[in-house]
Design a protein around this ligand. Structure first.
Ligand code: ACM
Length: 697
């Protein structure tokens, strides 16, 4: 609620914490002051504040009023109220976690005009829509050092996220020091693990920011690392080795042996003593039961105990594990595959294969968290994640969601969502750019009302948030230039910068088809790593083409023209850089393609500007060139050998085709009709083949 007036910030700005409930709030207030003076360049008279040295101000400008210390647990109150008038600011909350959230809002409101910095007068009453707003970090595929984790916790706090889901074990590594079973970190981590004191430090760092840390130890599948250390708990008498590529592997704990549960009991007792959170994520995903089928002893056990299939055996495993978890006063969470008859209702179901499981779980009385649609490692644009609402208005739900007809009580079981940063293709150096800024769009989806969903406005604000995250030490913007400088081998990076802003890495997992191309130790220092999931120059160009074709105008024409000239001529500069940097040879074809596409766009724009239709011959020739470029990209995506283009693609190709179409609308109409018929034929063939395949069952 915007009001009249501005609160001006000067060096006299001071804050006052009334009845400070905890050191945590003082530390947060101190960080707030340091960010504010860092941005404004003002020399605040109020120095470092702490509970021991609160430095109460004579004439405070910001009053922080909270009643008590909040608990770092699910469903804690995070509400706050901010009132800004030209004279003073008050921030009130039930507990200090609400105050932390409120301080982030206040700092977001910082504005400037020709007289200096100010906060606009407002009244805000705010609280989250969902209590579970998480980010999962997979530190198994690529270990992330403490400083990377900490800066990402800072970023999470800035966008009011409250759960770090810490994926600590998988086929590629075990990442926590264990005294009970030291071979885990000694043999299954390549020396890259968190000491117990580091884990405690991290948990405290997160708690200082109002963030829970929930560990995940993925069981009974995804267990290669555990079995590298302790093969005696495996379902096959193999010698296991750490996995170095991506994929789904067969190593599985043996659920039929008492000693497996004794191991897990002792291990969890140790591990969960490090994590105060109420929840433990046990994974449970992607266990195909291959080793269970292959082991006669396990098969005999199943027969004897009337366990009919791998799902039932996994439920048997989960319920045994639950005894340990209950004994430790914890609750269990697992990926959606664990939702099987007989699963304890205390368990949280983590939906990832599809949204349906979210609704199925809630309809059966389970609490549930959505990650399907928040897989940031798939490299989809922010808009896709932003429009993925866990609980849209019932009229906007998919048919398969509507079929569950959730009661209001069941809807409350949908706790929120989590962005998942699987790390097969990221390193400590690139991970920030895969998480941010897109995760901020997810954070907003989970905090704000469902009615806040204007995509253009989201992108406008996301640019601002993105830059602000740099203030907290995030490297998602600056590391791009570091990669480009490395790629240019000391040469000029200006051509690479232009190129990287119109390309994106292949989406989904096509950058690394079937997980064979990249190993954990491959170089993640290529154009694909510098490129973002949501190339802003390309997006702006696409939007402008759309708006220009709706309503031709000189502004858009000039902007499109200048972008296309820049891209057309960029290839010459690229070739100069390539001379000193052989690694760039892989990108030569793509850079050339950008030039070709842009030339076509320029010619099309010229026809449209002059209001003269292009000839049929011109239209056919250029449409054919664009089609061949697209076909080439598709062919490369589907190949696991070709390394040209560094598995990136140009994101303005369709928009240029739109310009070409507008240069001869008659020809475009005919071509589209032809394409439609071809597409229907392909679909029809696919349907027929599919029916055949179905018939085979
Ligand atoms: C998962 O992505 N395997 C949970």
């Amino acid at each position: 609620d915007l009001k009249q007036g501005k609160f001006r910030i000067t060096g006299d700005f001071t804050l006052n914490i009334s009845s400070g409930p905890d050191e945590r709030l003082y530390k947060a207030a101190d960080r707030f002051l340091r960010r504010l003076d860092g941005r404004t360049g003002l020399f605040f008279k109020q120095g470092i504040i702490s509970q021991a040295n609160p430095q109460p101000a004579d004439d405070p400008k910001l009053f922080i009023i909270t009643k008590k210390k909040g608990k770092i647990e699910l469903n804690e109150d995070e509400s706050y109220r901010v009132l800004i008038s030209p004279e003073k600011i008050t921030l009130e909350s039930e507990n200090d976690i609400g105050a932390l959230r409120g301080m982030e809002t206040i700092i977001q409101l910082l504005s400037a005009d020709d007289q200096g910095y100010y906060f606009p007068a407002v009244e805000i009453n705010d609280k989250p829509r969902f209590p579970w707003r998480g980010l999962m970090l997979d530190v198994a595929r690529h270990y992330l050092p403490m400083d990377v984790l900490k800066r990402n916790l800072d970023a999470m706090a800035a966008v009011k996220m409250n759960v770090l889901h810490f994926h600590l074990s998988d086929d590629q590594g075990w990442r926590v020091e264990s005294n009970a079973y030291p071979k885990l970190h000694q043999l299954a981590s390549d020396g890259l693990y968190y000491t117990q004191s580091e884990i405690k430090e991290l948990v405290n760092y997160a708690a200082d920011r109002g963030i829970r840390v929930m560990p995940e130890f993925d069981l009974p599948g995804h267990a290669t690392a555990i079995l590298v250390a302790y093969p005696e708990f495996g379902s096959m008498p193999e010698s296991y080795t750490l996995v170095r590529n991506a994929g789904i592997f067969d190593a599985t704990l043996d659920p039929t042996k008492g000693k497996t549960y004794q191991f897990l009991d002792k291990l969890f007792t140790e591990m969960l003593s490090l994590f105060p959170d109420e929840y433990i994520h046990i994974g449970g995903d992607e266990n195909k039961g291959k080793h269970w089928k292959a082991n006669p002893q396990i098969q005999a056990f199943m027969k004897k105990n009337n366990i009919k299939n791998a799902f039932e055996l996994q439920t048997y495993f989960n319920n045994n594990l639950l005894k340990t978890i209950n004994k430790l006063n914890k609750k269990m969470m697992g990926w959606e595959e664990i939702l099987q008859p007989g699963l304890s209702k205390n368990t949280i179901i983590h939906s990832w294969l599809g949204r349906e499981s979210l609704y199925r779980a809630a309809s059966q009385g389970y609490q549930t968290v959505l990650s399907h649609g928040y897989y940031i490692d798939l490299l989809y644009p922010a808009s896709d994640h932003y429009t993925n609402d866990p609980l849209p208005d019932s009229s906007e739900r998919l048919e398969k969601e509507k079929k569950y007809k959730l009661t209001p009580e069941q809807e409350k079981l949908i706790l929120g969502g989590e962005a998942t940063m699987w790390s097969e293709l990221v390193t400590p150096f690139t991970v920030d750019s895969r998480i941010w800024p897109r995760t901020a769009a997810i954070a907003e989806r989970l905090w704000s009302p469902s009615s806040v969903k204007d995509v253009d406005d989201m992108y406008r604000r996301l640019e601002i948030v993105s830059v602000r995250l740099e203030e907290l030490g995030l490297c998602h913007i600056k590391n791009r230039d570091v990669i480009l400088r490395n790629l240019a081998n000391g040469g000029d990076i200006s051509a690479l910068k232009i190129l990287v802003e119109v390309i994106e890495p292949y989406k989904e997992y096509t950058r690394d088809p079937r997980g064979y191309l990249y190993k954990t130790y491959s170089p993640y220092t290529l154009m694909a790593d510098a490129a973002s999931a949501d190339a802003s120059s390309a997006r702006i160009f696409r939007n402008r083409v759309f708006s220009y074709l709706q309503n031709p105008n000189e502004n858009d024409f000039a902007a499109l023209n200048s972008a296309l000239f820049k891209w057309r001529d960029n290839h010459d500069g690229f070739l100069v850089t390539m001379k000193v940097s052989p690694v760039l040879k892989n990108m030569e074809g793509l850079s050339k393609k950008l030039s070709v596409i842009s030339s076509i766009g320029l010619e099309a724009l010229d026809f449209i500007g002059k209001k003269s239709a292009a000839s049929q011959i011109w239209y056919d020739k250029n449409s054919e060139v664009i089609k061949s470029i697209k076909d080439d990209t598709e062919a490369k995506k589907n190949s696991n050998k070709i390394f040209e283009d560094e598995r990136t693609e140009i994101m303005i190709v369709d928009a240029v085709q739109d310009l070409v179409d507008a240069a001869n609308p008659e020809a475009a109409k005919k071509r589209r009709e032809k394409e439609k018929i071809e597409k229907e034929l392909v679909e029809k063939n696919r349907e027929e083949n599919k029916n055949e395949a179905d018939g085979g069952h």
